[in-house]
Write a protein that binds this ligand. Structure first.
Ligand SMILES: [Zn+2]
Length: 279
């Protein structure tokens, strides 16, 4: 039986050889390592041609690798009206070229509170996101937009925020970054807390959303303000074996993408741990 969870990396594996290199090489290497998914890290800008997207799509299909895109970091659903069109452009470009490349999910950073209460920020962000999805559907683009749980308290993107965005806009689901969730408060590092996270997702978005999970997972260093930097699992306190137990016990399905500095080494650690995790 095929695994219910695909494991992979955000960005091509570090061991991707120079030839053919690029994303096609990253897909080939991902398959060779026995991993199942890859997130294209278009995190500075979307600079890719339609022809390149076509070769990425074809290789991913041949290799059986599920693709997602991480949109440029600099997006803000709470930007002022002068800045919002630029953020919107980055999201829409990632979604357009991502779909051409065969990606099904587009991860976006929700932005900043600018000191406003979350409810006020959501009042601005929800209609903007809705309008993005409407335009994508008008263009026949089926991608799911995935606002990510962010690692700093000052950032728009608590679990509650991304669930509110997802519940309010059809075609939007969360990117649940387990390291960020932990770094926001220092809590969220136990079986019971992760079960409560799954409960929250299931009750906000329906049980079916737990079968379409998109998770970022790595070790993390944090302070009282939240995330400092991503770490290898061996240097961090994140209890990833217990997290995987919770995922398995809850019957979640989807993708778990590793963002540790060791990328595929830690993604393989996750996959191997998962295979030894008892149901
Ligand atoms: Zn991110």
């Amino acid at each position: 039986m095929a695994s219910t969870i695909r494991f992979g990396t955000v960005g091509s594996p570090l061991s991707t050889p120079a030839q053919p290199g690029g994303t096609v090489g990253g897909i080939l290497r991902t398959a060779e390592l026995g991993l199942g998914c890859l997130e294209l890290a278009w995190v500075r800008a979307v600079r890719v041609s339609s022809a390149t997207c076509e070769s990425i799509r074809a290789q991913a299909e041949r290799s059986g690798i599920a693709l997602s895109v991480h949109a440029p970091y600099f997006t803000n659903l709470n930007a002022d009206s002068a800045e919002w069109p630029k953020s919107r452009r980055r999201i829409m470009d990632a979604a357009h070229f991502g779909a051409l490349a065969g990606a099904t999910d587009i991860v976006i950073h929700p932005g900043s509170y600018f000191g406003q209460p979350p409810a006020e920020v959501l009042r601005i962000a929800i209609p903007r996101l809705k309008e993005c999805v409407m335009e994508l559907r008008d263009q026949g683009n089926p991608v799911v937009l995935r606002p990510e749980v962010m690692g700093k308290m000052a950032l728009f993107g608590s679990l509650e925020d991304v669930l509110a965005l997802s519940a309010s806009v059809e075609g939007v689901l969360p990117c649940v970054d387990i390291a960020h969730l932990h770094a926001r408060t220092g809590a969220q590092n136990s079986y019971a807390e992760w079960m409560a996270v799954f409960d929250a997702i299931g009750s906000a978005l329906g049980a079916e959303s737990l079968r379409r999970m998109h998770v970022h997972l790595s070790g993390i260093e944090y302070t009282a303000k939240g995330e400092r930097r991503h770490l290898p699992f061996s240097e961090a306190d994140l209890d990833y074996p217990r997290f995987l137990e919770a995922v398995k016990a809850r019957g979640c399905a989807g993708r778990i993408l590793c963002e540790s500095p060791l990328l595929e080494k830690d993604a393989i650690l996750l996959r191997d741990t998962w295979e030894k995790t008892s149901p």
